[in-house]
Design a protein around this ligand. Structure first.
Ligand SMILES: Nc1ncnc2c1ncn2[C@@H]1O[C@H](COP(=O)(O)OP(=O)(O)OP(=O)(O)O)[C@@H](O)[C@H]1O
Ligand SMILES: [Mg+2]
Length: 241
């Protein structure tokens, strides 16, 4: 698949296949194209050549078909301010489920469950804009969980979260994954999650694939390590002598 922005940035010859019911990590430096690739996958951007298939269906620009496929996908934006818009957290979390025309009783049940799961019940009547970053991210995740998507796409799900929130998020996602046979695609700069959570990873270098395969093997690859850098390099400039 190929894609380019007017700015000149290009996604080049990229091909990836995500196994159903698995966990796939996308990593690479800032500006390497991770978010762009996710936008292509959910149909927010259109490839110039090549194609995308989701659940064995080609992703078309036909509105009706795109809508049907999008119903099975939960997409967590990198920036929660791009995702939250309703007057209250409770309404925001229920929005997607109402859009799917789920029964109102079912929506209420799921919203309550999701509010409890992400620990935001006491904030349910708050405006999303008055929450902290981590709370916004949790609210955005809750809005996806109520949809019980088949494919959960998470753009930097753990960035700026405290360890307890990360633990909580992972627990919820893992539970849902088991119950709903969910497939997960996430981007991160945190190699702990690449190594320990993902079954497969793709490393992007300026819009091109540098490595695709087993995380453990990839994280020992000298080219990958050179590209991504490490705390060792950082330690060199902060060492106290
Ligand atoms: N709407 C846009 N129009 C033009 N160029 C864009 C647009 N969005 C992103 N870019 C450029 O495309 C490149 C890839 O951006 P992208 O957001 O996909 O990177 P990323 O890997 O997600 O980075 P980060 O780790 O910072 O989230 C960057 O050089 C960026 O400036
Ligand atoms: Mg990004």
């Amino acid at each position: 698949m190929n894609f380019s922005y007017n700015s000149g940035f290009k996604i080049q010859n990229l091909s990836l296949k995500i196994e159903e019911n698995s966990i796939y990590a996308l990593t690479g430096n800032n500006g390497s194209g991770k978010t762009t690739l996710l936008r292509l996958l959910v149909g927010l951007l259109k490839p110039e050549s090549g194609f995308i298939k989701i659940f064995n269906e080609p992703l078309t620009r036909n509105k009706k078909e795109l809508w049907e496929i999008r119903q099975k996908i939960g997409f967590l934006f990198q920036n929660p301010d791009d995702q939250l818009f309703a007057p209250t957290i409770e309404e925001d979390i229920g929005f997607g489920a109402r859009n799917l025309k789920l029964d109102e009783k079912e929506v209420k049940k799921r919203v309550l469950w999701a509010l409890q799961a992400v620990n935001l019940i006491e904030f349910k009547d708050y405006s999303p804009f008055n929450l902290s970053w981590g709370q916004k991210k949790r609210a955005a995740l809750a809005g996806l969980l109520v949809l019980k998507p088949k494919l959960l796409i998470l753009d930097e799900p753990f960035a700026n979260l405290d360890f307890n929130a990360i633990y909580n998020h992972l627990k919820i996602i893992e539970n849902l994954k088991r119950e709903e046979n969910m497939t997960i695609l996430f981007t991160t700069h945190n190699l702990f999650f690449v190594e320990n959570w993902a079954k497969k990873m793709l490393v992007l270098d300026n819009g091109k694939s540098l490595y695709e395969g087993e995380p453990k093997e990839g994280l020992n690859d000298t080219q990958v390590l050179e590209l991504l850098g490490s705390y060792d390099k950082i330690r060199e400039i902060i060492k106290n002598d």
